[in-house]
Write a new protein. Structure first.
Length: 365
């Protein structure tokens, strides 16, 4: 009897048929949605023009008034709509008014946006699972690109919360709620991985009680962070500058400190401060100049800032004039330089690793 050879294609097809909820192959993101800020896009995705991906779960966490809803329910929703992506906006705070969304250029018409008002974690989970189940029954060419935005996770309730409220006994449900939020995100990550569907959430942070770890903590616990694909922590600061950047005593907006705590597409734990003036809204270039300064790409020369392009052109100008076209050139050059450095570092890493192994062997002897 002849030996049967292993057929990977048949094996993959048989597994896919026999195990529900499983898909094969890689699920690299194909569609990205801008946050409305080049610097933040880069810190999340490694590209100034990408941002947050479909097929993943992205969380923006921060204190009240830090700009989470502005970025998620405003900038990201608008950018998604501009790309033809349908948006399902779940409002658990009863705070997203139509007039506010329209002021941020969000299209609130029924064929572009579905706004749902929910207060229960279970209801959000059922909505997502029902949609994904129906979505996977469609032919691939008929599947639309969809973005779910939940604003916010921290305000969602459990059945215990409702029961305690009805009894007038508000002890809270701190034991079960973190587990339910983690389960919601973990299941969603697995469900949308092979789909043109993304989930962006806002969440709350609270002050740490640990003197050795003073950073604010994200509601939902560490399990919630592990389950999420991308996590951005935000901190609120007062913006006391006029339109020309001059310091004044009056508060003119928000200075949002954004730190990427988790991402697989760029170096984590890097941050940027983004200005959100009340009068004009966020400038997409906000924080970009400071990011390039921190990386040593743009350097001080006296009271001006200097940069030499890949073509050998020198740009020397005052800080206030470093906007628009100049920064566009730096962004373009930087991505070219970075791709070259990545290719070079791969070779260097192999050599360094071999050297370290040799030194370790000699030390052991």
């Amino acid at each position: 009897m002849a030996n049967k050879s292993f057929d990977p294609t048949k094996f993959r097809k048989d597994l896919t048929k026999s195990i529900s909820g499983m898909s094969s192959g890689f699920n690299d993101p194909k569609d990205w949605i801008s946050t409305g800020n080049y610097a933040l896009n880069y810190l999340i995705s490694g590209d100034f023009h990408k941002g947050v991906p479909l097929g993943k779960v992205t969380v923006f966490a921060g204190e009240s008034g830090a700009g989470k809803s502005y970025i998620c329910s405003g900038n990201i929703v608008k950018a998604a709509q501009d790309q033809g992506i349908f948006v399902v906006l779940i409002d658990s705070e009863n705070a997203l008014d139509e007039a506010w969304l329209q002021a941020l250029d969000v299209d609130t018409s029924d064929d572009k946006l579905l706004k749902l008002n929910m207060s229960m974690i279970d209801d959000v989970a059922k909505t997502l699972s029902t949609f994904i189940a129906d979505y996977k029954t469609m032919d691939e060419e008929d599947r639309p690109k969809v973005l779910f935005v939940v604003d916010s996770l921290g305000m969602l309730l459990t059945p215990t919360d409702i029961d305690q409220f009805n009894k007038g006994d508000m002890k809270g449900d701190m034991g079960r709620k973190p587990k339910q939020l983690t389960a919601l995100v973990r299941n969603t990550v697995n469900m949308i991985g092979s789909c043109n569907v993304g989930l962006v959430c806002t969440n709350h942070t609270y002050a740490s009680q640990d003197m050795f770890d003073p950073d604010d903590k994200i509601s939902g616990g560490s399990g919630f962070i592990y389950a999420s694909s991308i996590v951005v922590a935000m901190k609120k600061m007062k913006l006391k500058e006029d339109e020309d950047g001059n310091k004044i005593s009056q508060v003119m907006g928000i200075r949002a400190g954004c730190k990427v705590m988790k991402t697989r597409y760029a170096k984590p734990f890097e941050g940027v401060q983004v200005k959100i003036p009340y009068s004009t809204g966020m400038n997409p270039y906000s924080g970009l100049l400071e990011l390039f300064e921190a990386k040593g790409v743009i350097q001080k020369q006296g009271n001006r800032l200097a940069y030499t392009t890949l073509d050998g052109e020198e740009i020397l100008d005052y800080r206030k004039k470093w906007i628009g076209e100049n920064l566009d050139k730096v962004m373009s050059d930087y991505l070219v330089k970075e791709s070259t450095m990545v290719n070079t570092s791969e070779v260097e890493e192999e050599v360094t690793t071999d050297t370290n192994l040799i030194e370790e062997e000699l030390t052991n002897e």
